[in-house]
Design a protein around this ligand. Structure first.
Ligand code: ADP
Ligand code: MG
Length: 439
């Protein structure tokens, strides 16, 4: 950490307990934020990006102490946030403003705009009403609202105007840091551009450091100096915006980029690279949390299967492991497709073919060892012997991506990513086939 650092977050964790019964016994925990570290430097805008549910808002609330974190350390201007006295906590609140995604629910409908914006001033001890009014009118002008707006009410404002008021309120105490959680996601595109331009202008006027949270890559590209990419409670890549966009080092970042709309509709990436659902954070996948969706899951040495086929085998492996494979549904669909009279008429061979179809695996794999293991596993699945199939698939199709949790580490571009594709040191050991069962 240098003098240049306004906010430093180390191993921040926020778990929500899942409880059951009258005694609220803890039966699990939602790992909303699971050990993230980053810094916000003076005057910069750091973007925090990731799909909905990956933990961005929880991270923001925890680091601002709107919620008590489960673990980790947050330092603001070099001082630990948390073991604060009331006075220190108040000072921290004054120095770190926040605006929220939903501009409507963040206002008390009974307060006028001016009263809402003045509230933090009163809270921080500015007793003089007239003075408060002056300060508020000045800040309203900074966000391109007028003194006349002081006496209006939230319901009279458009979404964009509400976000301007939210900015005014966050900045009225002249903070060093602004945390903006999805500040434009509820707005129309044209208004979005206006608000982002305003944020950039305010940054200069107020000398702000900003943590900008968004699920939209195009928002961070235009506004942020650096970007942290979050997936399921963890940061998987962190670097200068330009480097992250031009040389993404994590398959998840690449998938997010590919799913961005492009100006040319014919080129639209769609969501092809990012299929499947975000897994449940109360039961995150072992190893690399992205392995259930990653197009680049690593094959063990000795295999050279088409990557799409490998992905299909991984999907099958995961479905068998997690018991999400629904053989009965597959059977029914096949009956319909083949216009067969009944499910009983389907042969086991037909069901095995149906499984290959469902997972985009060809009738015969190019590798004979792989083929033998796969066809045996498929036979076991069809016979309902899922444990045996699970063990067989694990043994025959191992991958470091399920075996080991990747750490965030430097890549060739100089910015860190958490992906086994960058495990140079491990390459030597990976040369030995590892057929041991995995966790
Ligand atoms: P994001 O802002 O990236 O969309 P959130 O931080 O809102 O993600 O949520 C992360 C995960 O934590 C989600 O699975 C969400 O359901 C869960 N979560 C958030 N707040 C709570 C809470 N108060 N209690 C239990 N689970 C929560
Ligand atoms: Mg959120």
């Amino acid at each position: 950490m240098t003098d240049d650092t306004v906010l430093s977050v180390r191993d921040l964790t926020k778990h929500y307990p899942v409880t059951e019964g009258l005694l609220d016994r803890e039966v699990g925990r939602i790992r909303a934020v699971d050990g993230i570290s980053f810094e916000v430097r003076r005057g910069e805008t750091l973007g925090l990006i990731g799909e909905s549910g990956c933990g961005k808002s929880t991270a923001a609330r925890s680091l601002l102490r709107l919620e008590t974190p489960t673990g980790g350390e947050v330092r603001f201007d070099g001082e630990t946030v948390g073991d604060h006295t009331d006075d220190e906590r108040k000072r921290f609140r004054r120095q770190a403003g926040m605006i929220f995604q939903d501009p409507t629910s963040s206002f008390d409908p009974r307060l006028s705009i001016g009263e809402s914006v003045a509230e933090p001033l009163a809270l921080h001890g500015m007793g003089d009403r007239e003075r408060r009014r002056n300060v508020v009118e000045t800040i309203l002008a900074e966000v391109d609202l007028s003194a006349d707006d002081y006496d209006r009410y939230p319901h009279e404002l458009s979404g964009g105007q509400k976000q301007r008021v939210a900015l005014a309120r966050a900045l009225v105490t002249n903070p060093e840091l602004l945390v903006a959680d999805e500040p434009v996601s509820a707005l129309d595109v044209s208004v979005e551009a206006e608000i982002l331009a305003l944020v950039e202008r305010l940054q200069t006027t107020f000398g702000l450091s900003i943590l900008l949270i968004s699920h939209d890559m195009s928002v961070v590209r235009d506004v942020c100096d650096r970007v942290a990419v979050m997936y399921l409670g963890e940061i998987v890549e962190l670097g200068p915006t330009e480097a992250v966009f031009s040389e993404p080092q994590h398959p998840y970042t690449r998938a997010l980029l590919a799913s961005m709309p492009t100006p040319d509709p014919g080129q639209r990436g769609g969501r092809a690279d990012l299929s499947g659902e975000v897994p449940d954070p109360s039961d995150p996948p072992p190893g690399c949390r992205f392995h259930t969706r990653c197009p680049a899951v690593i094959q063990p040495p000795g295999y050279d299967l088409d990557q799409a086929v490998w992905r299909g085998i991984m999907d099958l492996r995961v479905a068998v492991r997690d018991r999400t494979l629904d053989i009965e549904r597959l059977r029914e669909r096949r009956v319909v497709a083949e216009e067969a009279e009944s499910a009983e008429n389907l042969s086991k061979g037909e069901l095995r073919s149906a499984l290959r179809d469902a997972y985009d695996v060809p009738e015969e794999l190019s590798d004979s060892n792989a083929e033998q293991a796969l066809s045996t596993a498929l036979a076991e699945i069809v016979d309902g012997e899922l444990s045996s199939a699970d063990e067989r698939l694990r043994g025959a199709f191992p991958t470091v991506c399920i075996q080991e949790h990747p750490c965030l580490r430097e890549t060739e571009t100089g910015h860190p990513a958490a992906c086994h594709l960058h495990d140079v040191a491990d390459e030597a050991s990976a040369a030995e086939p590892s057929l041991s069962p995995e966790g």
